[in-house]
Design a protein around this ligand. Structure first.
Ligand code: SF4
Ligand code: SF4
Length: 379
């Protein structure tokens, strides 16, 4: 049986235009089963990479997120938006500045960082890089998961779309572990490991304004004018990569996901609906791949620079123990006050989020603070 991937034209982010394109894209691939969605907790996972406005093209556009929220609500589902941004950014700030928090408030639904509900350790079956992973509880507890990626190239993974969008569901330390391994191959294998524990049910891609060149944040914007949808993230990524000029097999994690039976990457077994794939072809500038030849001490320095470490103000700690209960790795010991064992901490920041007395701070490196002071930026 062929896997459907729809491609629908959408010329801009005006709500009428996006609503019509989103509905058409979903219905061309058979729609979302309203009987199943009724009363279901539906996790929408946009790509909220950084604290950037919608005009930058870095994050999934709020108009697309809003349109999918409306669709799910009309079908009787209970949507929720959650994500965790890249290691430099605060997700709360990114939700606000991206415009996504605003549309969620307008639609009366919850939007929060994954740190709010915390992380849970799960086994990775046949994992190449990870045997277990800490995964956001929002993902583990969802009845239905929808990937809402942005079409962009990527300087480490070559391309980021439906599959790579789930990189954000694990805490910072495990993400850094993958980056530190430093090769395209290991990063790709790790992306498949993460995808294998998420098992999303649907993807709808914002390819109205996309990014080529040195994405995912420093590339060039491209007016591609499309919305794509599929019940299979692997199939959608495969179609998009052909559309933008990658060769089959060039983005390793797409093939890797297929080999582990997580989806279909073979274009002869994918049914493109909404037009012929050749009609949508657009040549993207490839990214300059980084990482493979960067010495590990340089990678460690960058991580040190942007490290955010939870630190307890012991003079104010009330020993209430909330942080101990929420810590997924038992990295906090409580006697008269809370103590964090740095080596066991996976930088999920749940303790920071949960402390009712606000005595946990996220400490930045001295050099970061100095640089921020010079630039007049808030730390
Ligand atoms: S939650 Fe805050 S106040 Fe309570 S034990 Fe932890 S650090 Fe102390
Ligand atoms: S100490 Fe805090 S940041 Fe570290 S793993 Fe525990 S809850 Fe997460």
């Amino acid at each position: 049986m062929s896997i459907p991937v729809s491609i629908v034209k959408c010329k801009d982010y005006s709500s009428n235009e996006v609503d019509a394109a989103v509905k058409q894209a979903i219905e061309l691939v058979g729609g979302l089963n309203a009987n199943f969605l009724k009363g279901s907790r539906v996790l929408l996972k946009p790509n909220i990479l950084s604290v950037s406005g919608s005009e930058t093209g870095i994050n999934t556009h709020p108009a697309v997120v809003q349109s999918v929220i409306k669709y799910i609500k009309d079908a009787g589902g209970e949507p929720l938006v959650a994500d965790a941004s890249g290691f430099v950014s605060s997700t709360n700030d990114a939700l606000k500045i991206s415009g996504i928090l605003d549309v969620c408030q307008k639609e009366g639904i919850d939007a929060h960082p994954f740190t709010k509900d915390g992380f849970e350790e799960v086994q990775v079956q046949d994992g190449e890089i990870f045997k277990t992973l800490y995964v956001a509880k929002d993902v583990v507890n969802a009845d239905f998961i929808i990937s809402l990626p942005k079409l962009k190239t990527h300087v480490q993974a070559k391309y980021t779309g439906a599959i790579k969008n789930f990189f954000g569901v694990i805490p910072q330390k495990q993400r850094k572990h993958l980056h530190r391994m430093g090769t395209f191959k290991s990063l790709s294998a790790g992306i498949v490991d993460i995808y294998s524990v998420v098992k999303p049910d649907f993807v709808l891609m914002d390819a109205i304004v996309s990014m080529d060149g040195n994405g995912p944040s420093k590339g060039d914007l491209r007016q591609t004018g499309l919305i794509l949808a599929s019940p299979d993230c692997v199939a959608l990524d495969s179609v998009v990569c052909r559309m933008i000029g990658f060769k089959d097999g060039e983005v390793l994690y797409i093939d890797g996901a297929d080999k582990r039976n997580l989806g279909q990457s073979n274009l002869s077994k994918i049914d493109v609906v909404g037009g012929k794939l050749s009609e949508f072809n657009v040549r993207f500038k490839k990214p300059r791949i980084q990482g493979g030849n960067v010495p590990s001490f340089m990678i460690d320095f960058v991580f040190y620079l942007y490290k955010k470490e939870p630190v307890v103000d012991k003079s104010k700690c009330q020993a209430c123990g909330y942080c101990v209960k929420v810590c997924p790795t038992s990295a906090i010991i409580l006697d008269d006050v809370a103590h964090i064992i740095s080596d066991d901490c996976i930088e999920c920041y749940c303790c920071y989020e949960v402390c009712p007395h606000e005595v946990i701070d996220l400490k930045r490196s001295f050099i970061y603070k100095l640089m921020s002071k010079i630039k007049g930026r808030k730390v």
